[in-house]
Design a protein around this ligand. Structure first.
Ligand SMILES: [Zn+2]
Ligand SMILES: [Zn+2]
Length: 157
């Protein structure tokens, strides 16, 4: 018999192991999963359901707390144009928030390259004649070229 570190109940470790593996395909006795805690089947199930357990990132190898990383990804994925996207959506592998965000950022950059029209800066919305006027009046300052080349601006003057 084993004693649950969470609820204090004495339980049959072999039976709990079997039940847990049947339900989740993971080993209850895997000491990494619940941060070295020995949990009964009920407590382990509760931890799984509330995502209060640990996993190893299959990409960078970092051990992470599933719940914390879910939260981190949710908070930060908005920077890459994602809304309500679960961490697990980013890869078939089990990956930590850092790796998931890395993938999100790469995909976002790729998307920007493929669809530059969605990301055009309003500053570049002015036509070449207007840009040339501003450029000339700023003393042909390189910071005021609005994405046009020197030749284009000279021609437009
Ligand atoms: Zn328990
Ligand atoms: Zn990782």
């Amino acid at each position: 018999m084993a004693t649950c570190d969470c609820c204090g109940k004495r339980f049959n470790a072999a039976k709990a192991e079997e039940d847990f593996e049947g339900a989740y395909g993971m080993f209850l006795s895997d000491s990494m999963l619940f941060d070295n805690k020995c949990l009964c089947y009920e407590c382990a199930t509760e931890a799984m359901e509330s995502h209060d357990y640990y996993e190893n990132c299959e990409k960078c190898g970092r051990r992470f707390h599933v719940c914390d990383d879910d939260e981190q990804f949710e908070n930060e994925c908005g920077d890459y144009g994602l809304v309500n996207t679960p961490r697990s959506y980013m890869s078939n592998l089990i990956i930590c928030a850092d790796c998931a965000l890395q993938i999100a950022s790469e995909r976002y950059e790729e998307y920007q390259r493929e669809h530059p029209e969605y990301f055009e800066d309003d500053d570049n919305g002015i036509d070449v004649y207007e840009a040339a006027m501003i450029w000339a009046s700023s003393g042909k300052d390189e910071d005021n070229m609005f994405g046009y080349s020197r030749e284009e601006l000279e021609d437009a003057l």
